[in-house]
Design a protein around this ligand. Structure first.
Ligand SMILES: *Cc1c(COP(=O)(O)O)cnc(C)c1O
Length: 457
């Protein structure tokens, strides 16, 4: 597959180059030359295929020929010992994306990316430095995915004081080849610093830099998999049993007695509500739709950082500074993946498949409390934004609607538990709080970041 910059056509690069360089030299994002369609036989059996087989079929055309055959099979097997169950909750479905080691959906992208990088660089002598900005969950997933990978060093920038204590320990508690930098500023400052570092020719001559942000195609593409798997299940009229760590109150009912259940009906495409910040997740969903997964459309669910819902409303894109909310992984005022969405989908077309809904913190809290009261299901603040926004689809009679549950509620217990009472903690999160935070604090200035990167040469 060839990849081109969103800003200039040029000659294009292969998957390996697109993944390892992260951002195109002109500052644009890499997009595939075409979004491939699933072979008909695959499309017809998405509902019954094993998650890993769907991953293989989905990722294959994007990484061919640099990664193929048994290498890709091994990579996918290693990356996904967990899946994404589609479970009924109250009057709709939850596509649970938090069964990976850091309990957020970013494990799907980060685990594939780390394995792909390690393979693609198998003959390289020079160490690779991965520089990534996080609003909360990316950092943990990237740190976990790359921890202990030889020849790769990771530097994670996060906004000081704006991530949860658990997130901070996932980012800054590993040590080894994982360095953590607490930036005095917000997520947009972190992202700006990363972009500035990439644009610094002198630095790039000295250090072999790559990004692990959701702009990276190696993270984006594997996120397409769970959309295809979830929509495939629903299209077959099926749901899954609760996952091992499904956060339900013991003995609670899966469905609300007396309420209409907008569950899957055989042959009906699924509407998915994606809690969105940097819009990597939703972009992957759009890819799945284009590949032929049985998806009716999307709800782009944001908190009050509603740059994209406003764009969908007005046709006018206006970046803003981000505002802090209780769904902090979505506090993004200028989502980087928007450029990629705009490169693929003209405004009018996008409006037909995506509806934008913005949700306040007050509504988010009410949703967490209300859903728990009615169903015994614990939503994390991000998934609750998705749930509330999905009301639009449920009330409009769009048929089966799934909310992407992007994080396990135990990751945000300080927000959720006052509204619900104690959440059962999955084993993967139990040990994290015991880790010691080891981060360097810097002002939001490029020179401070460069000092840290050069010191570690
Ligand atoms: C990162 C994140 C989001 C937002 O995903 P984007 O791809 O940045 O839109 C939503 N929920 C959680 C829990 C996240 O970690």
């Amino acid at each position: 597959m060839r990849y081109y910059s969103t800003r200039s056509r040029g000659e294009g690069v292969n998957f390996s180059t697109a993944a390892l360089t992260g951002l195109a030299p002109d500052g644009g994002l890499f997009v595939p030359e075409v979004i491939p369609a699933y072979p008909e036989a695959v499309r017809a059996s998405l509902g019954s295929m094993d998650f890993r087989d769907i991953a293989l079929e989905t990722i294959k055309p994007y990484v061919y020929p640099e990664i193929s055959g048994s290498t890709l099979e091994d990579l996918v097997q290693g990356a996904y010992p967990f899946t994404a169950p589609l479970v009924p909750v109250g009057d709709r479905l939850a596509l649970e994306l938090f069964h990976g080691p850091t309990a957020a959906f970013k494990d799907f992208g980060a685990r594939f990316m780390s394995r792909a990088f390690s393979f693609l660089r198998r003959n390289e002598e020079r160490p690779l430095r991965i520089l990534t900005a996080t609003s909360g969950d990316t950092g943990g997933a990237v740190a976990d995915g790359f921890f202990g990978v030889p020849g790769i060093f990771v530097t994670v920038l996060y906004p000081k004081g704006r991530v949860s204590p658990l997130q901070e320990r996932q980012i800054a508690g590993l040590g080894g080849n994982i360095g953590a930098v607490a930036v005095e500023g917000n997520f947009d400052d972190c992202q700006r610093l990363v972009k500035a570092a990439f644009a610094d020719e002198r630095l790039r001559k000295r250090i072999c830099l790559s990004s692990a942000n959701s702009i990276n195609v190696a993270r984006l593409i594997p996120q397409t998999v769970y959309y295809a798997a979830g929509a495939g299940r629903a299209f077959a009229g099926l749901t899954d049993a609760d996952g091992e760590a499904t956060p339900r109150k013991a003995g609670s009912a899966r469905l609300v007695p007396g309420a209409a259940f907008h569950g899957p009906v055989k042959g009906e495409p699924l509407t998915l509500a994606a809690p969105s910040g940097n819009f990597g997740n939703l972009t992957a969903g759009l890819y799945a739709l284009k590949m032929g997964a049985p998806i009716r459309g999307f709800i782009a669910a944001t908190n009050i950082n509603k740059t994209v819902p406003d764009y969908l409303e007005s046709g006018h894109y206006e970046a803003r500074p981000s505002l802090p909310t209780i769904s902090n992984a979505m506090d993004v005022g200028d989502p980087s993946n928007f450029e990629r969405i705009a490169a693929h989908w003209p405004y009018e077309e996008l409006r037909r498949i995506v509806r934008g809904v913005s949700v306040t913190d007050e509504e988010t809290r009410q949703t967490i409390a209300g859903v728990y009261r009615q169903t015994g299901y614990f939503l994390d603040p991000h998934s609750a934004v998705g749930w509330k926004a999905a009301d639009t689809a449920v009330n409009a009679g769009f048929g089966a609607t799934a909310v992407l549950a992007t994080a396990h509620p135990a990751k945000f217990s300080e927000t959720v538990e006052p509204l619900t009472g104690p959440i059962p903690v999955p084993p993967s999160l139990k040990t994290v709080m015991e880790r010691e935070v080891r981060a360097q604090t810097i002002p939001a200035e490029l020179s401070a970041l460069i000092t840290i990167l050069e010191a570690s040469l």
